[in-house]
Design a protein around this ligand. Structure first.
Ligand code: NAD
Ligand code: UGA
Length: 461
């Protein structure tokens, strides 16, 4: 087996993951390929104007690009030359036919598998990096290994399909990749399957054996690995929905959700993470993966389990509706022609990603109320413009001071570290009075804002 690696899909997962694999394995040649020419051109751009923003990414790409990391659109050649093929293409929610709105759309995955089969000249390990429904590997195995001649036990499979789901979070991708809580590799339990698993374990150990400690590399059967990824995202999403459900009750009763979360989280059995109330979870994966779990439960006749997980999504959607209706009430039951500045459009801080961002839903609900909307964000304005291209009259402004000028309300949607450091007295002076701040991330100093004259709304307070 040669040491070369190819990754099909140069997106949020393929780019950062392979950059770190290349950094920690200087003895391997890593090629990231994609059908999207613009994306590959951006990864190869002379001025390192990469297609995604992720803290620490550009430094690593500068170190390894051209050394042992390469970006290309020549997928056929890359697949031929490598023995280990990671597949990190997108797996969005299917929007048509059976399972529409819930199941994963696997057409990109299947197209990739068929291409690998057509182009490969020697046995390969195919690694699922994308998040996939449980038992996808069985379908992949059936496609890849159809028509392959059976000669002997060791040559039984031309392709071995493994599952190596990725747990990184955007905004902390590089940190998560360099020092992961765990790496999960699922593979067939037979001898060639276990050899393939070992080949991928070796990648994560790193060339010098100093990357992921062996005790943190967990190996399971393929189905457990596929299901674990969906379950892990569902558990995280469920915690966010749970604390947001408590937030509504806090607002109604005078309890403070941050105090409640702090004390709940002090219980070691619960732990403090993922208990921050806010505008609801966004990002490309939580909703898609929970819906996928719902679909799987339904498919296997587990209707009560499906309803349980659907509740996580319903609670999340409700959170953005609640934000707009509270603002509506606070602003004298009419928002028409009022100027509202959304501070932040990315689904979380430290990313330019706006997929499923709660700010997008809030922007649309405000547009329905005929609000004059201005949006500011340090990294996501390009994506915001694209996402809301059908909404007329929205102003996009990089400078938060200019965005707030003349506004009736600022609605803080993304927890960028920049926002608490702004000169809020200066912002207050330029806004129309009464001036409202709705801090949906509870990250500003509400006492100080009130002293300055603002009316302040928070989540769960
Ligand atoms: P993405 O849309 O950013 O990137 C996917 C890339 O695959 C695109 O550039 C697309 O052009 C390319 N592609 C699609 N079909 C192709 C084909 N046939 N040949 C070559 N390239 C092709 O998506 P992403 O955010 O990187 O997510 C990819 C997968 O990783 C998803 O299954 C997702 O659930 C999973 N995942 C994502 C994250 C994350 O933080 N974004 C984290 C963990 C897991
Ligand atoms: C999430 C998981 O954390 C990763 O482990 C997983 O690999 C990834 O999904 C994926 O499969 O794509 P990500 O969506 O990038 O990562 O970011 P998170 O930090 O999980 O945040 C998700 C959303 O929940 C954000 O909108 C965030 O603001 C929100 N959130 C998170 C809260 O509202 N409260 C919290 O306490 C935590």
């Amino acid at each position: 087996m040669n040491k070369n690696i190819v990754c099909i899909g140069a997106g949020y997962i393929g780019g950062p993951t392979m950059a770190v694999i290349a950094k920690m394995n200087p003895d391997r040649r890593v090629i990231v390929v994609d059908i999207n020419k613009e994306r590959i051109a951006a990864w190869n751009s002379k001025d390192f104007n990469l297609p995604i923003y992720e803290p620490g990414l550009v430094e690593i790409v500068k170190e390894v690009r051209g050394r042992n990391l390469f970006f290309s659109t020549d997928i056929k050649k890359a697949v031929r030359d490598c023995d280990i093929v990671f597949v990190g293409v997108n797996t969005p929610t299917k929007m048509f036919g059976k399972g529409a709105g819930r199941a994963s759309d696997l057409q990109y995955w299947e197209a990739t598998a068929r291409n690998i089969k057509d182009w490969a000249k020697c046995p390969k390990v195919v690694v699922e990096k994308s998040t996939l429904p449980v038992r996808t590997a069985a379908a992949m195995d059936a496609i890849l290994n159809s028509e392959v001649k059976v000669r002997g036990e060791s040559e039984r499979r031309m392709f071995t399909v493994l599952s190596n789901p990725e747990f990184l979070a955007e905004g902390t991708a590089i940190k998560d990749l360099l020092d992961p809580d765990r790496v999960l590799i699922g593979g067939p339990q037979d001898t060639p399957g276990q050899a393939a698993v070992q080949a991928v374990v070796d990648i994560y150990l790193g060339a010098a054996g100093n990357w992921v400690p062996r005790t943190r590399i967990l190996t399971t059967n393929v189905w457990s690995a596929e299901l674990t990824k969906l379950a892990a995202n569902a558990f995280l999403a469920q915690r966010v929905s749970s604390i947001n459900a408590i937030a509504g009750l806090c607002e109604a009763t005078g309890a403070d959700v941050d105090e409640v979360a702090q004390v709940i989280g002090a219980d070691k059995r619960i732990g403090p993470k993922f208990l921050k109330a806010g505008p609801g979870f966004g990002g490309s994966c939580f909703k898609k993966d929970v819906l996928n779990l719902v679909y799987l439960c339904e498919t296997f006749g587990l209707h009560t389990a499906a309803e349980y997980w659907m509740g996580v999504i319903k609670m999340n959607d409700h959170q953005q509706e609640r934000i707009v209706s509270r603002l509506f009430k606070e602003m004298f039951n009419t928002l028409a022609n009022k100027k509202i500045a959304l501070f932040g459009f990315a689904f979380k801080a430290d990313t330019g990603d706006t997929r499923e961002t709660p700010a997008g839903t809030v922007a649309r609900l405000l547009a329905d109320e005929h609000v004059n909307l201005t949006i500011t964000d340090p990294k996501a304005l390009g994506n915001a413009k694209n996402d809301l291209r059908d909404l007329k009259g929205v102003v996009y402004e990089i400078d938060p001071y200019k965005a707030a000028k003349g506004a009736d309300a600022v609605v803080l949607m993304t927890d960028w570290a920049l926002y608490p450091t702004l000169d809020w007295a200066k912002i207050y002076a330029t806004m129309r009075k009464p001036a409202t701040v709705f801090d949906t991330r509870n990250c500003l100093d509400a006492t100080n804002l009130r002293k300055l004259g603002f009316r302040v709304l928070n989540i769960g307070k």
